[in-house]
Design a protein. Structure first.
Length: 633
């Protein structure tokens, strides 16, 4: 795992003018690659690399070139099938000088051009400079495991693994993208190709960018398809088991110590179980827990660790852990309001004390329909289909508005969200289900001039475009598609990438092997979800490998007791960074104070909204109030 940064100037410029800027950009990423750094600079391009050595420790220094030095690459990630590609490319006359997977991409590009991406199996973000054609080629893996930001500043294209690398470019303006801010308030992350800054964009997963003297073009090369396969029901359990075993085995390639995250949930336990089948050495596992039993899974993690005889390590996270918040703000670059970033940081730190690579269970919920919200969404859509649209909104909207507030009452009475969601379109309902600040809350929170500047923009438009663009045959597959395009890359994978890279730890996700994802996506929805039963096929595939208690237990999210901590140990943070006056003047202070009063009194759980505001204001202080200090911890 590594960090990359660079500049492209199509008109050309003396290399010496850009070397110092490139070094500043690249050295903001030292945490991603503490082992080595390297540079390539010519009249048109400047490429910088920070290396975390995983494979080919001796000769894997980057940038790497082809035989005649006409193609250069900087690469972040792992190509798991490079062992298959290398002899194929050698048979076509390509000469290798290293054992690294990085060099495989160079020769694959020489052989197939941008179509080389179709041959790569792994996680990656890379920049490749083709001197002969004066072409810069940037690419990001299919599902977005590795990040890549870019911006056009005058005639210069700049790019990097993290936004902070671009911020080291002195001419880049830090103007807020208010649409991105609006999205953040809804989702607690910035989705899609937006970034929090107007000039900076993320290269979307499954896309590449080609820049030359004529243009800068972004093109999609892969998308997840939910159209059913004709033979989907034939030996699906056996086939899935084989794919799972292969995916895990591929990710055990490493020249450095390797282990796994173990939450005690189905996904991470399945990964550990398959690792145990594939190796005779004890597996190092790392788990995080809490003193609050409602959030603690350590007993389940211990059960799995004993079952597979792992070398198990664990840590209990306390409110003192929040001392790391300002460090996390620096590592995430953008406002990021998923509070599970904190335990993810600590489990990464714990794992890094013993290994350099860790496997995780991320992606299982999205592929196998593991979220409870999917169950509720299916029920809503069944009712929605029975009632004409002209009646749904007025009737169910009115009932939902009159129904008591959902979070004042015991669980059995919480029908408000269900009723009001039936009145909405499928994409509006799903956004409402996953939102922190709903549309009405945002209108009360944002100052009038900010709302005016948004010009009617709605986050729901993003969800509608994705919902309509999916090829799924039913509503479940369409909301899974939304999650694959938003929540998975921009929350889950961003969280894991930044928290692990902050600790110089590489994390691999076997459940997100693209061939595995493609197979599962094409299976009928009833094989994944029935009623309130989630992950049906995955449970069938791992039954017998895992303790039955793990297969049948209810899902527990990787979350902290934020609501309780905000009322107690973290109150000073709320007073200092949420209730206090801020320089940005984006939010209505009365609305913010109302949120706190409702939460402090225990009348409403406003922990998600307050945490989101806390993280935004901490981010603003670091990157906007004191931009000169944003380049270092």
């Amino acid at each position: 795992m590594c960090g990359i940064a660079g500049l492209y100037h199509p008109a050309g410029a003396p290399p010496g003018e850009r070397r110092a800027v490139l070094e500043r950009m690249t050295r903001t990423l030292v945490h991603r690659g503490p082992d080595d750094e390297g540079y390539f600079v010519d009249d048109f391009v400047a490429l910088g690399h920070r290396r975390l050595s995983i494979i080919d420790l001796a000769t894997g220094h980057q940038p790497i070139a082809n035989e005649d030095g006409s193609v250069w690459i900087i690469f972040n990630g792992e190509i798991y099938n490079y062992g298959e590609l290398r002899p194929l490319l050698e048979s076509k006359g390509h000469i290798f000088r290293t054992r690294s997977d990085t060099e495989t991409i160079v020769h694959a590009y020489e052989q197939w051009g941008v179509s080389c991406l179709d041959h790569l199996r792994g996680m990656f973000a890379f920049a490749l400079w083709d001197q002969r054609h004066q072409r810069l080629f940037l690419a990001r893996d299919r599902l977005g495991k590795k990040p890549l930001y870019y911006a056009r500043v005058g005639n210069t294209l700049i790019f990097g693994s993290e936004l902070k690398a671009l911020l080291a470019f002195p001419q880049l303006e830090r103007e807020l993208d208010l649409q991105a801010l609006s999205d953040y308030l809804s989702l607690l992350y910035v989705p899609g190709e937006k970034s929090i800054f107007k000039l900076v964009r993320k290269l979307p997963p499954g896309h590449y960018l080609v820049a030359d003297t004529r243009s800068v073009r972004v093109q999609r090369y892969w998308d997840i398809r939910f159209a059913p396969a004709p033979d989907a029901d034939i030996d699906s359990v056996a086939h899935l088991r084989a794919l799972l075993q292969e995916s895990v085995a591929l990710r055990l390639q490493s020249d450095v110590p390797l282990g796994a995250f173990l939450s005690g949930g189905l996904d991470s336990s399945a990964v550990v179980g398959m690792m145990a089948q594939a190796t005779t050495s004890p597996i190092v596992t790392a788990s995080i827990g809490f003193a609050d039993e409602e959030f603690d899974e350590l007993s389940y993690a211990r059960l799995v660790a004993r079952h597979f005889n792992t070398d198990h390590h664990e840590q209990v996270v306390t409110p003192r852990a929040l001392e790391v918040l300002k460090k996390l703000v620096w590592h995430y670059d953008e406002p990021f309001g998923d509070s599970s970033a904190v335990p993810t940081y600590y489990v990464s730190q714990l794992a890094r004390a013993h290994v350099t690579v860790a496997l995780s269970g991320d992606g299982g919920d999205e592929s196998f329909a593991g979220y409870r919200r999917y169950c509720f969404d299916v029920r809503e859509n069944k009712l929605r289909a029975l009632i004409p649209a002209v009646l749904r909104r007025p009737v169910f909207g009115l009932i939902g508005a009159l129904y008591p507030k959902a979070d004042y009452l015991p669980q059995i009475f919480r029908g408000k969200v269900f009723l009001s969601n039936v009145a909405r379109t499928p994409w509006e309902a799903y956004l409402h289900s996953v939102s922190s600040f709903h549309e009405g809350d945002k209108l009360r929170l944002l100052r009038g001039d900010v709302q005016q500047s948004l010009g009617g923009y709605r986050t729901a438009d993003l969800f509608e475009n994705l919902y309509r663009g999916a090829d799924g045959p039913d509503a479940l597959s369409r909301i899974q598609y939304i999650d694959f395009k938003t929540y998975l890359p921009d929350d889950i994978l961003t969280k894991v990438d930044r928290a692990s890279m902050a600790n110089s730890l590489e994390v691999r996700c076997p459940l997100l092997d693209h061939q595995l994802v493609e197979y599962v996506a094409a299976l009928p929805s009833h094989m994944k979800l029935q009623g309130m039963q989630t992950k049906l096929l995955l449970k069938d595939a791992v039954r017998g490998w895992l303790p039955e208690q793990i297969v049948t237990r209810s899902k527990m999210g990787f979350a902290m007791p934020v609501g309780k901590w905000l009322r107690t140990d973290l109150q000073p943070l709320i007073h200092d960074y949420v209730l206090a006056e801020t320089r940005h003047n984006l939010f209505n202070r009365v609305a913010v104070q109302n949120l706190w009063r409702q939460h402090e009194s225990g009348r409403r759980d406003r922990s998600a909204e307050l945490w989101g505001l806390l993280m935004f204001n901490l981010w603003y202080e670091r990157f906007m109030d004191h931009p000169a200090s944003a380049g270092a911890i």
